[in-house]
Design a protein around this ligand. Structure first.
Ligand SMILES: Cc1cc2nc3c(=O)[nH]c(=O)nc-3n(C[C@H](O)[C@H](O)[C@H](O)COP(=O)(O)OP(=O)(O)OC[C@H]3O[C@@H](n4cnc5c(N)ncnc54)[C@H](O)[C@@H]3O)c2cc1C
Length: 323
């Protein structure tokens, strides 16, 4: 049960056609970020209760990993879920939670024991209507303004132990696996968007005349657009290779991290370079490129920053110094 991954990625590429970054992001959380671990490791009962209505679209899901004091350093989260009888009692808080103010449930990462940080965490399906859950605020942001991003606190929130995904203590590992899908999904959703920005820039610069000829006829402009289009195709090839390997059952953490790194950098390069060719129009709120310019700044931060992607790649290349 769950969405077929390659289908999910194909949908993500299509979603780039939606002219609003917040929509693909909300759908991405739903299909590729908050649900992969539940699909893979959750009990049948949990899947019926949370996964089915989420895929159907009756439930909004969110993913609760990051905290005010721990974003890049996931192992350092402080939220606890302490077992008392048949329930976990949850205390702490989550930060930057996409769809957090309207979600029906959260895929929550919490510390369920005192053990070593990679073995003391668990993923739990947390209904968001329980007493003790406080959505503190919707965060005002530079971009992705149509996506709601919330800070949430938990005060003695009681949830049945059967809401645990998979085995207690495996949450960190499950989340690292879940991140592979999140990152590949993110790459897929950015490709069509970049192509759209390039195409709209071609259309605009073809009709916009400066010094008596179309802006596009300047070699610096059409060469730049050609180069960007080539980079997008390279990224698409890496994505498709990683997805094919993943569907065959391989660990693609290295390729997913490489693709996510390149996606973050390339979306920023594409939107910045293209915006330049729109002149003053590019600086207005009337055109798609300016919105993409703001929205794309997130890509090098959310879902693991560029630096975290580089650290993972170095780890897989066996060149990361041991602490
Ligand atoms: C709009 C938005 C939506 C988000 N949605 C969600 C969500 O739904 N669920 C969720 O759990 N989280 C979500 N996040 C959180 C996101 O994943 C984190 O912001 C991200 O992981 C970075 O964590 P941080 O913000 O705490 O930055 P920090 O961890 O404080 O890092 C700050 C900067 O330090 C640098 N840095 C960090 N580590 C290293 C290193 N090892 N080497 C070199 N430099 C380093 C990087 O440049 C990094 O950007 C969202 C964030 C945003 C902005």
């Amino acid at each position: 049960m769950g969405l077929d991954f390659s289908y999910n990625i194909a949908v993500a590429e299509e979603l780039g056609n939606i002219r609003c970054g917040g929509v693909p992001m909300a759908i991405g959380v739903q299909t590729g970020m908050a649900t992969p671990a539940l699909t893979r490791f959750g009990s049948e009962e949990l899947k019926k209760q949370f996964l089915v209505p989420t895929i159907v679209g009756d439930f909004v899901a969110c993913l609760g990993i990051s905290e005010a004091g721990a974003g890049s350093d996931v192992a350092n989260i402080k939220t606890t879920a302490v077992r008392k009888g048949n329930e976990y009692v949850i205390n702490g808080g989550k930060m930057w939670i996409t769809s957090g103010s309207q979600a029906d449930w959260m895929c929550l990462l919490a510390n369920t024991s005192e053990g070593p940080p990679h073995q003391n965490k668990s993923l739990i399906c947390l209904p968001m209507n329980l007493p003790g859950i406080h959505v503190a605020k919707k965060i005002d942001k530079l971009g992705m303004r149509s996506s709601d991003t919330a800070q949430i606190f938990f005060e003695d929130v009681r949830v049945p132990c059967k809401n645990l995904i998979g085995e207690e203590g495996n949450g960190f590992t499950y989340q690292m696996l879940q991140f592979q899908e999140e990152r590949l999904w993110g790459v897929a959703s950015a490709l069509t968007l970049m192509e759209t920005v390039i195409q709209e820039t071609i259309d605009y610069t073809r009709q916009r005349k400066v010094f008596g000829r179309p802006v596009l006829h300047n070699q610096t402009v059409h060469f730049c657009l050609a180069e960007l289009a080539a980079e997008v195709e390279l990224l698409r090839s890496l994505l498709h290779r990683a997805v094919a390997l993943y569907v065959e059952g391989n660990d693609v953490t290295k390729f997913a991290s490489m693709a996510k790194l390149k996606m973050g950098r390339l979306t920023r390069e594409v939107t910045d370079s293209c915006l330049q060719f729109w002149g003053g129009m590019g600086f207005t709120s009337e055109v798609f490129v300016s919105r993409c310019y703001r929205d794309s700044r997130l890509m090098s931060i959310g879902g693991g920053s560029d630096e975290i992607m580089l650290s993972i790649i170095c780890k897989y290349m066996d060149i990361l110094p041991i602490k």
